[in-house]
Unconditional design. Structure first.
Length: 321
């Protein structure tokens, strides 16, 4: 999969060198609050005794996607980063400002639309800049953890760049319930890494501002499968088997054709058939009830959990194999 030699003999971040067999917590200063309080990005580095791949595991690029933060936190608490070979760089929470404000953005700007960033730009741009210049420069590949947003719950899934063969191979190792290629978004983290020939997996699971146990479990297990494949962790680490790994070839958002109260009739992640009723949209006076039907056979890979919808709102993300 990777023909070039791995880089982790010595990892250097912010002028600090972490040698083989060393672990270290590094805090990268980025800005100060108006009160003078220093804002830093906490970065854990776990460098194994033997050379191997250097992997970036990143949560909280969007501050309200708490599921991604909790997933990485549990791996830290459970000592899953006992790295024997290679190096794991862990960023549990990148967007501190968004996290504190329960917001996706940082001072009104989306960090994931701010790459490659600028040392003298907006706060979001500076975070993007330091992420690329201080961390990504060290890595062979990355896993970026996310959730759905705006009341949309993503069933555990892996997204990757279709032109990136290494990312496709990594997705197969991760073995999430669903996986599919998605287009590169200008100024996104994955787009910038692709330009620098660094494969990135984007794990999506759950929704913003809520914890989802299934997504946390799938995210942890998938990450451990990847680490185990490269002999980075012990073979004795137990990983739950994934019975299904479905590759989606076509996707479509099913949107509300009217406003009203929305009720789901199918479970997220379930298989559906063409013309199956997926939910209903009802007016508040009980006079109308509109059926929401599947346009083709497929799988529900995301669902809107919010009961109040407007015309055009996304209700279901339907994937076809």
């Amino acid at each position: 999969m990777f023909k070039t030699p791995f880089k982790n003999e010595v990892v250097e971040i912010r002028g600090q060198k972490i040698g083989l067999g060393q672990n270290k917590l590094i805090k990268i200063p980025v800005d100060r609050l108006p009160t003078g309080t220093l804002i830093e990005i906490p970065v854990y580095v776990f460098n194994g005794k033997k050379a191997g791949p250097t992997v970036l595991l990143q949560g909280g690029l969007h501050g309200d996607e708490v599921n991604s933060i909790e997933l990485i936190r549990r791996m830290l608490i459970d000592k899953n980063y006992k790295i024997q070979q290679g190096c794991v760089i862990v960023v549990p929470l990148l967007n501190v400002f968004g996290f504190l404000n329960l917001s996706r953005n940082m001072h009104g700007k989306d960090v994931n639309r701010s790459f490659p960033g600028s040392k003298k730009g907006s706060l979001a741009s500076r975070f993007a800049y330091y992420l690329m210049k201080e961390l990504v420069v060290n890595v062979d590949f990355a896993i970026d953890f996310h959730t759905g947003g705006a009341q949309r719950n993503n069933y555990p899934q892996i997204r990757y760049t279709d032109q990136d063969k290494k990312a496709i191979a990594l997705a197969e190792l991760f073995n999430a319930p669903f996986q599919f290629a998605s287009k590169l978004i200008p100024k996104s983290f994955r787009n910038e890494c692709f330009k620098n020939e660094i494969p990135v997996l984007v794990f999506e699971g759950g929704e913003s501002l809520r914890l989802d146990e299934l997504s946390i479990k799938e995210g942890i297990n998938g990450t451990l499968r990847v680490l185990k494949h490269f002999n980075m962790i012990s073979n004795t680490v137990k990983i739950e088997k994934q019975n299904t790994n479905i590759v989606i070839i076509k996707r479509q958002w099913i949107r509300a054709k009217s406003s009203g109260l929305f009720s789901l009739k199918v479970k997220n992640g379930s298989k559906v058939i063409k013309n199956q009723v997926l939910g209903h949209i009802m007016d508040t006076y009980g006079e109308t009830q509109l059926e929401v039907k599947a346009p083709y056979n497929g799988y529900i890979i995301a669902a809107n959990n919010f009961p109040i919808v407007n015309m055009g709102d996304a209700l279901f993300h339907l994937g076809k194999i």
